[in-house]
Design a binder for this molecule. Sequence first.
Ligand SMILES: [Fe+2]
Length: 251
Amino acid sequence: MPDPHPAAGEEAALAAAGEQAALAAAGEQAALAAAYRVGSADIPLWPDGQRIDALSAPLMASTHFADHPRYHAALAATILEMEQSPAYRDWIFKGGCGMKVRRPDRWGNPAADLIHGRALAFAHRVLSQHDVYTDDCWASVYRDGQYCLPHSHLRSNVSIVYLLDEGDPDPDDPMAGQLVFADPRIPHCCQQERGRVTSLLKPEMTPGTMIVFASDYVHTVGPYRGHRPRMTMSWNVTIKRLAGNAAASFL
Ligand SMILES: [Fe+2]
């Protein structure tokens, strides 16, 4: 039975333990900082007035971080550095969505922590303030000729993609390196007949844009052509912490 009159030190320890238990019971969004220090700048997790725009599909939305020039150089440099580590780099094949650089939330880097926090904060808002958990996350570095075959993401409730660097444009192919959705559950894709995909949904994305979508929507990235690497980041987010291995759950 707990002592009804704990000493001051014990009281503080009990309070800290209580706080830890509350955090453990809450989603990962509860542990996010209000701001992250990247270089000499304190960058807010969720800027004042940050807008979320619905896209033309259920459970699909977009937001744009206008302050991206404050952290993009640091983030891109970190991804390229972590790509050199065998612990994080993960090559599948040419159509397997670029070179994956896994788990930016484990790099211990402030720019990566900021964008990871923003992804969770975005999911938390889109999911009506529900608790959210990271099932998996990774950066993707596309180089010339690499692409992403149509796929959807297993296990998670929503997935998030962030555009860090769009790379070089391809004058012969405006769809080069573009993320598009082709799914019979998206009304925009089925404008002629319900359930029959005759159009692609291509969200407007510029550097700093983050989109969220239901993880089972089928999507693809066209072959990228260019010299500068095209860089995106992805998250699979759940509303309950899942057991088991996420690594095999996506293309
Ligand atoms: Fe994907």
